[in-house]
Design a protein around this ligand. Structure first.
Ligand SMILES: Cc1cc2nc3c(=O)[nH]c(=O)nc-3n(C[C@H](O)[C@H](O)[C@H](O)COP(=O)(O)OP(=O)(O)OC[C@H]3O[C@@H](n4cnc5c(N)ncnc54)[C@H](O)[C@@H]3O)c2cc1C
Length: 418
């Protein structure tokens, strides 16, 4: 039996759970976040190794995320921006594909890039203009197909799809066949067109740390795994029962499925991220670099230390290499294959880059193929007293995790009569 002095328990200390906790706490509701791992942040964590900052999987904050703009203090995050556009590897060299308005100096290279016809470029401009117009939730009410079907219907050539959209959108959704929803594609294009891809100077983990900073240490417990969630409390893995006024399940989708007793867990998509260190060089750019050749294990690579110098010690560069999925054959074999491709792309010196770490992230994102839910208005109510936030009834990503946390908090407040 729960009492009014019991806390609202939030299961999971990722940014959805933390956003929910912060909003409830701000309204004077006692909260207790229970996090299974050793620290909060969920999928947004940064490790320190030999003076390098290693984000667990390559991630960026899109400055245009409306909810992040609302609830995060970008200045305190000390955001550093990637160059607008991308470098695409095609037929043995990299071409800069830059937004001509934001980076006029790269116009010639952009026009020379063999990514498709002039008509493809015009279609892309037209599409970018279209997706940036109107309210955001309008995008999630449109008819839905896979991104691949949508791009074909829009008239893009196979070359443009293969050399640009596949590595770009495949890298965002971790989906090499770009079968993710056309709505997600349009949303992603809108975010890229309206803002910049950025990293907090001190690593991605600064994002959850900023949200958690408003909560007292007593509100946050890590190293505590919840086994069962009910409207009047939770049972921990060690059998401890904790009473609660309400329970919010804020875990990633597979764990939420288990806790809520949903029968058919959705499919997860994986990312493998390898980090290498090397000597700093002028050609290490702050562009995202995409594999437009469609062969080899690498989908994209970036030099985060070029974006924020805090990612590497003085004189050194950090390379973040993304391989889609969770390739078989073990880490040593994968590192060898990745290194061979780095040598092919960047020359023999890449053979001497030091391998720092490999992260294999099995549930990086849930599969985002159609049909998808409208993430602007997820319903956080599971049953009286039990709520959910994060990916359930929504979409993955920092924007939607923050929105879902806020809406779950509002539903809890309504139930408690605030
Ligand atoms: C490799 C990768 C790249 C990404 N790239 C981007 C990007 O560029 N831009 C972007 O916007 N988003 C990106 N994302 C997605 C983004 O990181 C996530 O959508 C977001 O962090 C999800 O937050 P969450 O709080 O919903 O879930 P999570 O961060 O997964 O948090 C859930 C928490 O619940 C805990 N938990 C699970 N089970 C239990 C239990 N039984 N008891 C207690 N605690 C439990 C987990 O340990 C975890 O800490 C990326 C994600 C990954 C992994």
């Amino acid at each position: 039996m729960a009492h009014t002095q019991d806390p609202v328990i939030i299961v999971g200390g990722g940014i959805a759970g933390l956003a929910c906790a912060r909003r409830l706490n701000g309204r004077g509701v006692k909260v207790q976040v229970l996090e299974a791992t050793g620290r909060v942040g969920g999928r947004i964590k940064t490790d320190r190794k030999d003076g390098y900052l290693l984000d667990r999987g390559f991630q960026v904050l899109q400055t245009a995320y409306p909810e992040a703009r609302r609830v995060m203090d970008y200045q305190r995050l000390d955001l550093r921006h990637f160059a607008p556009g991308a470098m695409v590897r095609i037929r043995g060299r990299f071409y800069a594909l830059a937004d001509p308005l934001r980076r006029p100096g790269a116009l010639l290279d952009t026009l020379a890039a063999p990514i498709g016809s002039i008509m493809d470029r015009l279609r892309l401009l037209r599409l970018a203009r279209r997706v940036t117009r109107g309210p955001l939730d309008g995008l999630f009410r449109q008819p839905e197909s896979t991104a691949m079907q949508f791009l074909r219907a829009e008239g893009f050539s196979d070359t443009m799809i293969r050399r640009f959209f596949t590595p770009f959108f495949g890298g965002v959704c971790l989906d090499p066949q770009i079968q993710a929803s056309s709505r997600v594609l349009q949303y992603v294009l809108r975010m890229f067109a309206r803002g910049e891809a950025a990293l907090p100077a001190g690593g991605m983990q600064q994002i959850p740390l900023q949200i958690a900073a408003d909560l007292s240490m007593a509100c946050l417990r890590s190293g505590v795994r919840v086994r069962q969630a009910r409207k009047d409390g939770v049972t921990l893995d060690d059998g401890t029962v904790m009473p609660a006024r309400a329970v919010v399940v804020a875990t990633e989708a597979p764990a939420a499925d288990k806790l809520l007793g949903y029968p058919h867990p959705g499919r997860s998509v994986a990312e493998t991220c390898l980090y290498f260190s090397c000597d700093q060089a002028d050609w290490h750019q702050s562009f995202l670099m995409l594999n437009g050749e469609g062969r080899g294990p690498i989908n994209n690579i970036a030099f985060p230390s070029r974006v924020s110098s805090e990612y590497a010690p003085a004189g050194k560069s950090l390379a973040s290499v993304v391989v889609l999925g969770n390739p078989d054959g073990g880490d040593v074999a994968l590192t060898d294959r990745v290194r061979a491709q780095l040598v092919d792309w960047f020359g023999p010196q890449a053979g001497n880059w030091d391998h720092l770490e490999t992260y294999r992230i099995t549930h990086a994102l849930p599969d985002q193929s159609p049909p998808t839910k409208n993430p602007t208005c997820p319903d956080p109510r599971v049953r009286p007293g039990v709520f959910v936030c994060g990916e359930h009834g929504s979409l993955p990503g920092i924007q939607w995790a923050l929105v879902s946390g806020r809406l779950a908090a509002d539903a809890v407040l309504a139930r408690l009569g605030y």
